[in-house]
Write a protein that binds this ligand. Structure first.
Ligand SMILES: NC(=O)c1ccc[n+]([C@@H]2O[C@H](COP(=O)([O-])OP(=O)(O)OC[C@H]3O[C@@H](n4cnc5c(N)ncnc54)[C@H](O)[C@@H]3O)[C@@H](O)[C@H]2O)c1
Length: 415
């Protein structure tokens, strides 16, 4: 049975390592973060993800998965390290470089290297491939195999989607793509399509860019609807009844490790200026500032106001705060001397200062519903309203029922 090293044990690498181990491969999970390794070795997860714990504990107990901060000689190396944006909106590929450097001494003939990290087109060939080939005097596709296999999973539903989603695998040649397909077909039930390296890299970022552009369109429609005094949510509901229309939801901004970042990867090495993609990115980036301004208008005139943010996670039902626009809104308000408290029961291990429900609403003048976590549906708004100084709810996700909260004495604001 083949031995596989998975580098990077985050939201993508850890579930991937677990699923590969669960279908029989001998898997070594590698991470440079000692704390993560210690936690995992003591049987605890460092991320919240539905259904992950059960599989993780099983493969750990079966000795199918080991975790370490050191790479070992393997047959297959999968790289799932972060690819954040740097300050100039370019991909920071330093983690991809460091992971490639970590494996280069171990790679021998017939090994397969797969990059999973979302990356600008050309990264697998020109960064990973070059580092491995230079060190070993091997030609990618001949001496060793090289492939790119992007992830399309939805945080909060990763275990289901990692198995059931279709995949697009790019190879530096056909044999590389086929070898990668052989590995993933151990647990993937969706279709697996094979193509070139650069096509598969582009497919991934095009998918997320499609969503970003669609959300920017929804956000713009929402502003225009304000001018016409028309409810945007009704417009989208009825428009989407058309069989070929699918407008996404407007919201308080776009966050997370994917949609808010990947469009910049498309723009990274192109000659075209003034692209639609960049305009949409800028529209979505401006939204949290627009939300902060509306909050300031609502609480204008209140002495020493306090705002409560429900949810700092970038979207519903996850504990991930990366690139969360809630942080931008929080900072904008605090810059203007507003007291802000955040309640998010899903977020753990965070640098943000979170409060319990009662403390967060005590003496508050406005609740901003930022993340539409299902658990927020269970909040007793009567007790909440008793604790508040002024009863305002600004619902950025069309989450609460307007009539219900108004009956409880709240002023209800929507986007
Ligand atoms: N999270 C998602 O939903 C999602 C979905 C699709 C694609 N992706 C992409 O997958 C990649 C990984 O994302 P993630 O969310 O898992 O990131 P993450 O931050 O959750 O995890 C990455 C891990 O890699 C580790 N790491 C960094 N350098 C390393 C190295 N040289 N060797 C070993 N470990 C190293 C970090 O310590 C961290 O634990 C990114 O490119 C991301 O864009 C993420």
């Amino acid at each position: 049975m083949k031995k596989i090293s998975v580098l990077g044990l985050g939201y993508i690498g850890l579930p991937t390592a677990c699923m590969l181990a669960n279908c029989g491969f001998e898997v070594l999970g590698v991470d440079i973060d000692e704390e993560i390794i210690n936690k995992l070795n003591s049987g605890k997860l460092h991320i919240e993800e539905r259904d992950l714990e059960e599989i993780f504990l099983k493969v750990l107990a079966d000795n199918k998965l080991r975790v370490s901060n050191k790479v070992e000689k393997s047959d297959v190396y999968i790289i799932a390290v972060p690819t954040p944006l740097n300050k100039s909106n370019k991909a920071d590929l330093s983690y991809v470089v460091s992971a490639s450097e970590m494996i280069k001494d171990f790679v021998t003939k017939e090994n397969l290297i797969i990059l999973e990290s979302t990356s600008p087109p050309g990264t697998t060939r020109n960064i990973v491939g070059d580092i491995i080939s230079k060190k070993n005097d091997l030609i990618a596709g001949e001496g060793y195999y090289l492939a790119y296999c992007p992830e399309r999973v939805l945080p909060g539903k990763i275990i289901y989607e990692i198995v059931n989603n279709d995949r697009v695998i790019g190879g530096i040649n056909k044999k590389s793509a086929e070898f990668a397909r052989e590995i993933y077909s151990g647990f993937v039930k969706g279709n697996i399509y094979l193509t070139t390296l650069e096509t598969s890299e582009f497919v991934k970022i095009a998918e997320n860019t499609y969503r970003d552009v669609n959300i920017a369109f929804a956000n713009e429609l929402s502003e225009i609807c304000n001018d016409y005094n028309i409810n945007i949510w009704d417009v989208i509901k009825y428009a989407n009844m058309h069989p070929r229309v699918n407008i996404l939801n407007p919201g308080p901004g776009v966050g997370g490790h994917c949609i808010s970042i990947d469009p910049w990867f498309i723009l990274e090495n192109i000659k075209k200026k003034n692209t639609l993609i960049e305009k949409c990115r800028n529209i979505n980036n401006s939204i949290p500032h627009v939300i902060a301004k509306r909050i300031l208008n609502i609480i204008d005139g209140i002495r020493n106001p306090k705002v409560t943010i429900f949810g700092v996670a970038y979207k519903e039902n996850v504990g991930d705060t990366r690139e969360s626009p809630a942080v931008v809104i929080n900072n904008e308000l605090m810059k203007r001397g507003i007291r802000v408290s955040i309640y998010d029961p899903l977020v753990i291990n965070t640098k943000y200062n979170l409060s319990g429900l009662e403390d967060s609403v005590d003496g508050s003048d406005l609740i901003l519903l930022f993340s539409g976590h299902s658990v927020f549906k269970e909040i007793d708004l009567v007790s909440v309203s008793d604790l508040m100084r002024n009863r305002n709810i600004f619902d950025t996700r069309n989450f609460f029922n307007k009539e219900t909260v108004e009956k409880l004495g709240f002023n209800y604001y929507n986007i």
